[in-house]
Design a protein around this ligand. Structure first.
Ligand code: MV4
Length: 447
């Protein structure tokens, strides 16, 4: 096992990795920007290295600075945390070239899944259902026309380098195709420096279901059930839950089994997520995330497994040590992402946290790097806390979530806590009746 791990991240995700390392007897090295000298992840780590100025490009995304910090502290391995370097294949490659272990998948797996066309082709060949569409890049508008007609409108033009909704345009009918196609390519070129696009049938009201998977270097792979991440705004998840209230047990078993078999045949190492759209009883693969995700916590709550511990073990070459039949999900978990933002306008609200009181009690978990007296810097993601609640049933979970949100106090800055208190009182949410557009409709009934 590793003796010392460098955590190349900040905030609650850096804390999450630190906690797993601590429990495994592994020393931790924090890296931080000059804006984060007082951050909790720096305080908790055994050692810390300042790697640059506040701008992420010059610090948390600065590969030479991170590798140097690992070298001078004598770390064996680097954990990228969530975000920043977590899905950067070049970074993973450089980490290994410099003699450190990258705690994550191989650079090749990150690269395959980072290209959405290659990812779709790869998993389709291994038996996953995909959205009907073009078999690969659609290089010209002339090629797009007959393809779109065959797929049937509405069609969606997606960027191969995309994800997170950038470079994605809907064409409702043939007369919209030229504009949507051109816009998608231009947006993709501007955002990713790659304007390759592909076509898919547009699904109007799907749920977003993702399956957590875990593989080792000994040919084993398992799934840890699904999460429903449909409650989102502008491609930012707001609430996630496990299991999904929209699936029955047969559907759940079917997609889990399929996901695990694909991951096993990929020879995938580490944790990952297969993302699906789900509509009218069918699953359609859209993307694979080759990292730990923010919402891994709800899977931990229903399975009782420590996903970061598992990730570190398989990166060190150890076998999974658990079989599919050992995974026995129980009860229900919901996560609310709490951001330092105005709860109506979503304008970021960094600044001094004057009060911080986290809820507690049975089945309540708060993952946050906040403390009273901490100043939330303006340079980074606005998520400041995750409230995760578990209950024996979905109803018990909802009651516990409501009372935990009542207890939670974050003073001095604006947060999205009031939004969460409204959301958990909505009949559609209580009944589990929502799709990927539900939250935007709730926030803006005229849209
Ligand atoms: C889709 C879709 C409808 N039909 N693909 C959004 C970003 C990327 N991850 C995939 N996305 C979508 N792909 C087809 N064929 C709708 C979305 C989508 C979406 C997906 C998951 C979660 C939230 C979303 C919000 C808007 C659109």
């Amino acid at each position: 096992m590793f003796e010392k791990v460098l955590i190349a991240n900040r905030g609650e995700s850096a804390l999450r990795i630190h906690r797993a390392c601590r429990e495994m007897g592994i020393q931790t090295v924090a890296v931080h920007s000059t804006a984060d000298s007082d951050a909790m992840h720096v305080r908790l780590a055994d050692e810390s290295v300042c790697i640059g100025p506040p701008s992420p490009r010059e610090s948390y995304l600065n590969i030479p600075a991170i590798l140097t910090a690992a070298a001078i502290t004598g770390a064996d391995a680097i954990h990228p945390g969530i975000g920043f370097m977590a899905e950067n294949a070049t970074f993973a490659e450089m980490v290994e070239e410099h003699g450190f272990v990258f705690i994550g998948p191989t650079p090749q797996h990150i690269r395959i899944m980072g290209d959405k066309i290659t990812a779709k082709r790869t998993v389709k060949e291994l038996g996953l259902p995909t959205v009907p569409g073009s078999d690969g890049v659609v290089a010209t508008l002339e090629a797009a026309k007959p393809l779109a007609a065959r797929i049937g409108y509405p069609v969606l033009i997606k960027a191969s380098a995309g994800g997170g909704g950038k470079g994605m345009k809907v064409a409702s009918s043939a007369k919209d195709l030229a504009e949507a196609y051109t816009l998608a390519r231009n947006e993709a070129r501007a955002a990713f420096g790659n304007d390759e696009v592909y076509l898919e049938k547009y699904l109007a009201h799907p749920r977003h279901i993702e399956v957590q998977i875990l593989g080792d270097t000994h040919g084993h792979a398992i799934h840890l059930g699904e999460r429903d991440c449909s409650i989102q705004r502008r491609h930012q998840k707001v609430i996630e839950e496990a299991p999904s209230p929209g699936l029955n047990d047969a559907e759940r078993a079917q997609i889990g089994k399929l996901a695990a078999s694909v991951v096993q045949r990929l020879g995938y190492r580490g944790v990952g997520t297969l993302e699906f759209l789900y509509e009218n009883g069918r699953f359609y693969f859209i993307e694979m995330n080759t990292r730990l995700q923010i919402e891994h916590t709800i899977t931990e709550m229903v399975t009782g497994l420590d996903l970061v511990r598992a990730q570190i073990r398989v990166a060190a070459g150890l076998p999974l040590g658990i079989k599919q039949s050992d995974v026995l999900p129980s009860g229900h978990a919901i996560e609310c992402r709490i951001n330092a933002e105005n709860p109506e306008t979503f304008i970021p609200s960094p600044g001094l946290v004057t009060d911080f009181h986290a809820p507690g009690g049975l089945g309540v978990r708060v993952d946050s790097a906040l403390y009273s007296g901490y100043r939330v810097p303006p340079y980074y993601d606005s998520m400041i806390a995750k409230l995760i609640v578990h209950g024996k049933t979905r109803n018990e979970c909802l009651l516990r979530l409501r009372r935990s949100l009542e207890e939670f106090v974050i003073g001095g800055i604006e947060t999205t806590l009031p939004l969460h208190r409204r959301l958990v009182a909505q009949p559609d949410f209580i009944d589990g009746r929502y799709d990927i557009h539900w939250l935007e409709g709730f926030l803006d009934p005229l849209s």
